[in-house]
Design a binder for this molecule. Sequence first.
Ligand code: HEC
Length: 132
Amino acid sequence: MPPAFADHEPEKAQCPQKRQTLKAPGDFLSLVNPLPVTAKRIAKGESIYQTQSAPLQCRHCHGEKGNGVGHMGLEANPPARNFTCSATMETISDGQMFWVIRNGVPGTAMPAYPDLADWQIWVLIHYIRTSQ
Ligand code: HEC
């Protein structure tokens, strides 16, 4: 028996992924991560992603390795984004990600995280970009 809350098999990750996500408003879409990327920031992003984000940690849907096969993410409709898929991720700007993380995507499983501070979202984005 696999442990409870274990990720699905990695080969189930789809790439490229069909993406119909609501577009962030123009002023967000063009934003570039303002925090220089450092090992420390990536590590902070990782701990928010894996254990700290509330009410539900990102890994439950996007998977421990960011490949979208978390136990709640693969069967969601649409499924959780596969951050390891460069073909899809290269089309998504930093500002688009920021907007989605703060506001969620209504009508999908992607929740809003209004309690995360701006800097927490930016370090999450640094961490997510390391999955590719
Ligand atoms: C309950 C499941 C769930 C959780 C928890 C979750 N997500 Fe998502 N996420 C989704 C789904 C489903 C989508 C795809 C939405 C769509 O296709 O419109 C998504 C999409 C995204 C996207 C892609 C946005 C785009 O424009 O394509 C990003 C970035 C993202 N999530 C980041 C996060 C981060 C960071 C966390 C934790 C703070 C998180 N998610 C937690 C389900 C989840």
